[in-house]
Write a protein that binds this ligand. Structure first.
Ligand SMILES: O=C(O)Cc1cc(O)ccc1O
Ligand SMILES: [Fe+2]
Length: 436
């Protein structure tokens, strides 16, 4: 499974043919009168036709049947996947969730059935906003695929691998890797046991790599480390195949009699990708002071306001810490942005203890936060030798300029909210020595 082939390069213009059908891609044009092997040509647009060339995203798929051959959409019940940000009163408190439950018992739950929305803001209709979900599942999606008409999914597995079949090919995803599956792309997820992870959904916009400014042409997440699947198709016919879509925050299903994974060849720059977080090249202060965490940005989804993100995906990877005469952990702060954090592996440097893998924290706009009492006490007196920090760990942050609303599931139903969280700062007493 993990020996899958991939193409490379963030946003690359790629082309791929399933090796069973050489020369399946039309030569010199996108829409020949007759495509090779009797395939249908279909364009998938990820940006407006007229988006500037640097942002324009589209791919051409050469498939056994066009996607349009299906029965009508029917709305289906959804329980915990929501974009209703008004079902709870706003709550500015610092929040910490204990690890979200993995499925337990004999009940089979697939990736889509196991999606629950924790918080979010904005509206997919106006293509401005985001939703943060967690997934928890133990069963493969059988003759079922999903696509999101509302936006892109960034999938961050925390427990268990996912084998993701997409219209562009297969992606194998383990914890400490992430994948992005963009708006409209159909996918189906196979698992081998209990799985858990986080999803950042951005409405109607795409992720880009941050500008590097004075860092230069290389560093942080390097474009060549982004892996794109190769064309792969299956012929599954005369079955009841379900396609579930999320459209304007609602779930719909339609049926068709064949697998949607019938793309024999494709070309373009709109394709899912994965990235291994171990490939992130960490930049940090080698003199003094604690840099802002934007130095750890893997990618960003920009708002209309320059430099201000609808969502940044930031990681806290293992690295050397060498700063002199410096309080090295994160500083105390209040932020005009919302900070949602999750933990993939190990312990987070600023809060060892009850922020655990599979759990989360939310520090809302202007809500004070920072290192807990133990961290402050220890880091204020530690000897400042060069040392490794965050060894064997991986925390991440979804940072957003939007004010996030917590759902009823996040606040109550999941029963993971840790009402004792504020106590981790309680010991921070005055150390003021006063004027002499
Ligand atoms: O709140 C947090 O733990 C995230 C964070 C980390 C850091 O190194 C600096 C600022 C910041 O918000
Ligand atoms: Fe913070």
């Amino acid at each position: 499974m993990s020996e899958l082939q991939y193409l490379r390069g963030f946003g690359s213009e790629c082309s791929s043919e399933d090796p069973r059908c050489p020369n399946a891609l039309p030569v010199g044009q996108n829409s020949p009168q007759k495509c090779p092997y009797g395939l249908y040509a279909e364009q998938l647009s990820g940006t407006a036709f007229t988006a500037p060339r640097t942002e324009n995203k589209r791919s051409w798929l050469y498939r056994i049947r066009p996607s349009v051959g299906h029965k009508p959409f029917k709305r289906i019940e959804q329980i915990f996947l929501t974009h209703d940000w008004l079902d709870q009163a706003p709550d500015p408190n610092q929040m910490r969730w204990k690890p979200f439950d993995l499925p337990s018992g004999a009940k089979k739950i697939n990736f889509i059935e196991g999606l629950k929305t924790v918080c979010g803001a904005g509206d997919p209709k106006t293509k401005n906003g985001l939703a943060i979900h967690v997934y928890s599942c133990n069963a493969s999606m059988e003759n079922t695929a999903f696509y999101n008409a509302d936006g892109d999914f960034l999938i961050v597995p925390q427990e268990g691998w996912l084998q993701i079949k997409t219209e562009f090919g297969k992606v194998f995803l383990s914890p400490n890797e992430i994948a992005v599956i963009q708006q409209g792309i159909r996918f189906s997820i196979e698992v081998s046991g209990p799985c858990r992870g986080y999803i950042l959904e951005v409405f109607g916009r795409h992720f880009s790599l941050p500008d590097l400014g004075p860092i230069g042409a290389n560093g942080l997440a390097n474009p060549r480390d982004f892996l794109i699947p190769v064309a792969w198709y299956e012929v599954i016919e005369n079955v009841d195949y379900k396609i579930i879509s999320k459209y304007q925050g609602n779930l719909f299903v339609y049926h068709q009699d064949h697998s949607p994974f019938d793309v024999v060849a494709w070309h373009g720059n709109y394709a899912p990708f994965k990235y291994n977080l171990k490939n992130f090249m960490v930049i940090n202060s080698v003199s003094f002071d604690h840099c802002d965490p934007s130095i750890f940005t893997v990618f960003t989804c920009q708002s209309e306001k320059p430099g201000t993100a609808i969502a940044d995906f930031v990681i806290f990877p293992p690295r050397w810490s060498v700063q002199e005469h410096t309080f090295r952990p994160p500083y105390y702060h209040r932020n005009c942005m919302s900070e949602f954090m999750g933990l993939i592996l190990g312990e987070y440097e600023a809060k060892k203890g009850d922020f655990l893998p599979g759990g989360a924290t939310l520090h809302s706009i202007m809500t004070p936060h920072g290192p807990d009492f133990n961290c402050f006490t220890q880091a204020s007196v530690e000897e400042l030798n060069p040392c490794r920090v965050a060894e064997g760990t991986q925390a991440f942050m979804f940072e957003s300029c939007l004010g996030l609303a917590v759902t009823k599931w996040g606040a109550e139903t999941c029963r993971k909210l840790d009402l004792e969280y504020f106590k981790c700062w309680e010991g921070l007493k005055s150390n003021f020595t006063g004027p002499r």
